[in-house]
Design a protein around this ligand. Structure first.
Ligand code: NAD
Ligand code: UFG
Length: 337
């Protein structure tokens, strides 16, 4: 498996994964509609790797354009990142999310099938565990959706299971990411959210750089040691390397496999603030605010399956995640602009 199509490859996790693919001698083609990313991320990847990557500005909803892409190249497999991911926006615009994420994935699978390309790595999410009442979460935990974004991930997982069940030539890896943060150590690629960030780490870095005044910590009355929510933050480069391991696994023709990509360690919001302050010697002003609706108290992964079957283990510490996120933010205060 040498030639890989990466959908959503100019995005946050996609750009880091393209860099790892190139370092591992894969031939990579990227497609993205640039709705939530900039072509500059790929230019930076090319500079860091000293390699060229073919890019096609294509929307997954444009099936003829997708077919054209598969006619032009002979892919061995696809890593499918492309999708919309903002939970709040998905509540306001469910039809946009269902169409973009689900119809987009159906188009991709149909074109793959037509071209006999049947190796797929899909970006799923810990959101498929819904609002879990216990952690660590194994891959066998019960699944549910608590918002339209989560429903798209869950639905796509079911679609891919049915597809593989119907045609055992398909080999599919569902990767459930926990909370990817940080940036490549060069500080040249990283997370570039549009507008005010929804997620904790980009919010912290924008407070640290002075773009935002203070962080609101959503809830200090959760049943956790310090009262704030606990998550499994994982360095984006560890997530990217997980995709290389997932591709290697697909060579064994495993059918459909599912893996959590996390560290297996839970950190609270206050732990994150502390780690960021310690790693970077900056102060993060914060205040306590009401809970954010829909947030779970505790959510972290059991990662033993990925360790065992993919020979993969996250290696970056919280300190390194905070250091690299800050390095990216200070080198690029306005992102890729
Ligand atoms: P991102 O927004 O940076 O990257 C997604 C890319 O997909 C963007 O470049 C966007 O322009 C592109 N895209 C969206 N719809 C498209 C379409 N119809 N056609 C073509 N391109 C399209 O997000 P990310 O953080 O890199 O996430 C990548 C994937 O991982 C997403 O599917 C996301 O749901 C999933 N995921 C992310 C997280 C996280 O916290 N970042 C956690 C769990 C799962
Ligand atoms: N938080 C704050 N203040 C903020 C932002 C977040 O206190 O300004 C808290 C949240 O309440 C939560 C923790 O920080 O306790 C992490 O919040 P994030 O928004 O960074 O991440 P979530 O775990 O809520 O959600 C993320 C992605 C989802 C994905 C989920 C599981 O945004 O898309 O991880 O993978 F589904």
């Amino acid at each position: 498996m040498k030639s890989i199509l990466v959908t959503g490859g100019t995005g946050f996790i996609g750009s880091h994964t393209v860099l790892e693919l190139l370092a591992n001698n894969y031939q990579v083609v990227v497609m993205d509609n640039l709705r939530n990313s900039k072509i500059e991320s790929l230019k930076r990847v090319e500079k860091l790797s000293n390699m060229h990557v073919d890019f096609h500005k294509i929307d997954l909803l444009d099936k003829p354009a997708l077919s054209g892409l598969f006619n032009k190249y002979k892919f061995d497999g696809v890593i499918h990142f492309a999708g919309l991911k903002a939970v709040g926006e998905s509540v306001e615009k469910p039809l946009l999310y269902y169409t973009n994420n689900i119809t987009g994935t159906l188009n991709l699978c149909e074109v793959m099938q037509e071209n006999q390309v049947k190796n797929l790595v899909f970006s799923s999410s810990a959101t498929v565990y819904g609002n879990p009442d216990q952690s660590p979460l194994t891959e066998n935990e019960s699944l549910s959706a608590v918002n339209p974004y989560g429903q798209t991930k869950l639905t796509i997982e079911f679609i891919l299971k049915d597809l593989q069940h119907a045609d055992s030539d398909w080999n599919i890896s569902l990767l459930r990411y926990f909370n990817p943060v940080g940036a490549h150590k060069s500080g040249d690629i990283g997370e570039d959210p549009h507008g005010i960030p929804n997620n904790l780490m980009p919010f912290i870095t924008q407070v640290a750089v002075g773009k935002l005044k203070e962080l609101s910590v959503f809830g200090n009355d959760y049943p956790t040691p310090d009262g704030t929510g606990i998550r499994d933050y994982i360095h984006v480069v560890d997530v990217a390397i997980g995709h290389i391991k997932a591709l290697e696994k697909l060579r064994e023709k495993p059918g459909l496999v599912t893996y959590n990509l996390g560290t297996g360690k839970g950190s609270s919001v206050l732990d994150m603030i502390q780690a960021f302050e310690n790693a970077n010697s900056v102060k993060i002003p914060y205040k306590f605010a009401p809970r954010r609706p829909g947030d779970a108290a505790i959510c972290y992964a059991d990662v033993s399956k990925a360790e065992r079957e993919l020979n993969w283990k996250a290696k970056y510490s919280l300190q390194e995640m905070c250091r690299d996120a800050w390095n990216w933010q200070t080198k690029n205060p306005t992102g890729f602009d």
